[in-house]
Design a binder for this molecule. Sequence first.
Ligand code: ADP
Length: 247
Amino acid sequence: MSDTILQTTGLTKEFKGFTAVSDVNLAVRRGSIHALIGPNGAGKTTCFNLLTKFLVPTSGRIVFNGQDITQEQPAQIARRGVIRSFQISAVFPNFTLLENVRLALQRKLGTSYHFWRSSKSLHQLDDRARQLLAEVGLEDLADEVTVNLPYGRKRALEIATTLAMEPELMLLDEPTQGMGHEDVDRVTQLIKKVSAGRTILMVEHNMKVISSIADRITVLQRGTVLAEGNYAEVSSNPQVMEAYMGS
Ligand code: ADP
């Protein structure tokens, strides 16, 4: 199996003559935590949208696990195990945590849902949902209503629902955004924990988070790759410093 789980070649997205992502070659190593950073407007979100095919690239190729997925639909890509973290709005606030994770599991099972309606299967589904909640440290809150959860815990729940989709490559969209120090530390450790046996590509602004868990960093600026390397390499790169100071 190749060391590279995801490779983009010449990935480009134009919006009515404006190039938001330009000729991006991104290689994500299997099993790594890879951060995508850059000033506002650098093209990070557009890249994520291209990888999950929420947007269709203008040109370029996306290869996942050795297969060209450039022409595939979002659902096919998700089935391959490329899963973007759910937005909080996609977690049902009036459902319990257990119900939310169970729903994510049922969604993954898709058409075989009816199979799970027998009481034995429902039991298995609940067991799996509780396991996932335990994995993110929320097992004691399984029967709480989601709306009552503090913000940091909601992000942990979001990670549990993402895990329910059996990701091989998890795309995390600013996972610590808007959090206080304690929650940032907790979610950072959680990301590190769930990265075992999986690959993570994340957009993140918090340099402390990046320096503590990212194995590799790609810096985007105005749609192009400005620099790539580990934290020490990227943070000492004069062009990167300039891009951040100037933004
Ligand atoms: P980032 O996530 O790094 O802040 P984005 O990917 O959101 O950057 O945006 C990159 C650039 O592409 C920005 O200049 C933004 O205005 C532009 N852009 C993003 N989406 C669209 C769109 N649907 N139509 C036109 N321009 C867009």
